[in-house]
Design a protein around this ligand. Sequence first.
Ligand SMILES: [Zn+2]
Length: 465
Amino acid sequence: MIRLHDSLTRSPRELAPAQPDGVFRFYNCGPTVYAAAHIGNFRTFLVNDLLRRLLELEFGPGRVLHVRNITDVDDKTIRRAREEGRPLGDVTRQWTEKFHADCAALNMLPPHHEPRATGRIADQVDMINSLLAKGHAYTASDGSVYFKISSFPDYGALSRVRERELKRGVSGAPAGAADADEKEDGTDFALWKAAKPDDGPNRWSGPRGAAEGRPGWHIECSAMSRALLGPTLDLHTGGVDLLFPHHENEIAQSQCCNGVTFSRHWYHSEHLLVDGRKMSKSLGNLYTLDQLRGMGHPPAVLRYALLAGHPRKQLNFTLGSLHAAGKALATLRNYRARLAERPAAANAPAAAERTPFDAVLGHLRDDLNTPAALGALFTIAAEKPASASLGEFDRVIGVFGFDLSEPEPRQAAAIPDEIRRLAGLRWAAKQSKNFAEADRLRAEIAAAGWTMLDAKADYTLVPKK
Ligand SMILES: [Zn+2]
């Protein structure tokens, strides 16, 4: 039995599939693809990956259906495409591929479905139409559609926002409510955003009576989770920063549209701090996987460091924590080697019902207590491998998703994000036969110490000799 803290009831509750097919329906909010994800994003995704592995151990492979979306249209993605003079789809494809490469390097299991917002506009329009028909939404004079918060009395149950912020009234409108004058109430949020000139060609035909435009961010998760998992999820997770307003809004949309509980269980992992401070571009402490690799830290070590802290507590990341993580992985690697050296009979599955690793899994099943689970694991690794078998050890390591192979040799040069960005721009300029701009960018990339090797369909970046 897995017990996990539920953010809605604020208590640990047992996880179990509700549908008679016995399939556990698991949804996470995915990345917005306009830049490389940073390690704070990856903390959340790694906690979800650990949970996915634990759920599969509990319910059996094939008994967990995992969906994570890709936000490929919003203000940030459109701005990036405009700044680079590239089609939105090119920019979001580039960063989706980068995200997938980073996930693979961190040994994360891909979700079973990964819908993109622009690939499922019809599902979102359908849902908005249904909310309009039921009186939970209205069209503003500019053709945008808003959700009417006053039509959903349960609004705020997850975040207790009614007690916190709505009390402040309309003046407490959430950040980003620049167009509050179009709304009936300042706290109402956009389901559909009428196209603005800056949106360029990134517009779709909208719900009934609405202008051409694009879906709001919140409706994405409600519509795509319903399409792929049905109206009720067994578990919905995300970082604590998504609790309000994003998840609150997802609940409002889904429950008003479908008339049933949206998610039976909510789980939020906490923030990552870097050197004791919130990550931010201006502080220069916003690391990406590539930056850490460039400093010689393999992704497997980052995975360990980000999972070592209790997921529901803030975790302070330092470069020192990576060194500690590297040592911990080396200890586990050595222990595994000692198990593997023994005669096969010693590694036969234990006849007893219980194995020393039950304690490790027990801590994970108790609200994903990773520090206690790792503590129990190292207690075993410190002893002679008498009662443990290699298969049992590998099974537990598999739940953590730790890669115990020899660490990759120190990378001489990971490609910095800025060079990747310039290379993308140059490639786009060359494809559109803007050779003067392509040459200018090639010179800029060369000045930064990199060479672009062009092939027919693609290019490679290598450090300049
Ligand atoms: Zn979401």
